[in-house]
Design a binder for this molecule. Structure first.
Ligand code: GRF
Length: 206
């Protein structure tokens, strides 16, 4: 990080276990990591990721989508919570709600997602089952900017892993997850260092 530059204020959105959140928390333990997680928001109450945030002393908010009358009301509350935290940038880390174009537009080029496949292949759910079923020899994970279309958007970082003989969805998921925990903090670092720009459908890293 450039000396004296303020750390990037990051909001992390989760829906569950929060192992990718933990990888960011661990990265932030390094005083030189140019990022501060200012809030963790979950759309699901009581998930493990909230415990991980609280253990790290990070403010948490639950915005339970089932308590809202429609997506717009939910997303307005989500936007308000993120904005109130002072976050400049949003990371979807296992956040399992689809977001409308209205919300995505408010955070255009300021919101990323991690997905457990080599996008643009295997968008959507049940990725590892589908990869194993298809007999792929490789899989991986992708960090990308969020656009209104699901699991699309300019790709920032990817990592590739082999699909081993005998893999099932769980063994493959574990191998991919190890890589997710590396590329997510790396992508966020590149962004915080102002080294990432979006040019149409492409990301340029300098
Ligand atoms: C990860 O595999 C992520 O790529 C996907 O959901 C999973 C979340 O895991 N979007 P965790 O909650 O970060 O442990």
């Amino acid at each position: 990080m450039v000396a004296n530059r303020a750390k990037l204020k990051l909001a992390v959105l989760i829906s569950g276990r929060g192992s990718n959140l933990q990888s960011l928390i661990d990265a932030c333990d390094d005083a030189d990591y140019p990022v501060e997680i200012v809030t963790v928001v979950s759309n699901v109450p009581g998930v493990q990721g909230l415990d991980k945030a609280e253990a790290a002393g990070i403010e948490t908010t639950v915005i339970d989508h089932t308590a809202f009358d429609g997506r717009e009301a939910f997303e307005n509350a989500l936007h308000d919570a993120i904005s109130a935290s002072g976050a400049e940038f949003v990371c979807l880390a296992g956040f399992m709600r689809m977001l409308t174009g209205g919300f995505v537009g408010k955070w255009r080029d300021r919101m990323i997602n991690i997905h457990p496949s080599l996008l643009p292949d295997y968008k959507g759910l049940h990725v590892h089952e589908r990869v194993v079923e298809a007999g792929e020899k490789f899989s991986g994970c992708t960090v990308h900017f969020v656009v209104p279309d699901l699991d699309s958007g300019p790709i920032i970082v990817q990592a590739k892993v082999p699909v081993e003989p005998g893999d099932d969805a769980d063994t493959l998921a574990a191998r991919v997850l190890d890589e997710e925990h590396k590329i997510l903090p790396e992508a966020v670092r590149l962004i915080a260092e102002d080294r990432v720009s979006v040019d149409g459908d492409r990301v340029i890293i300098t």
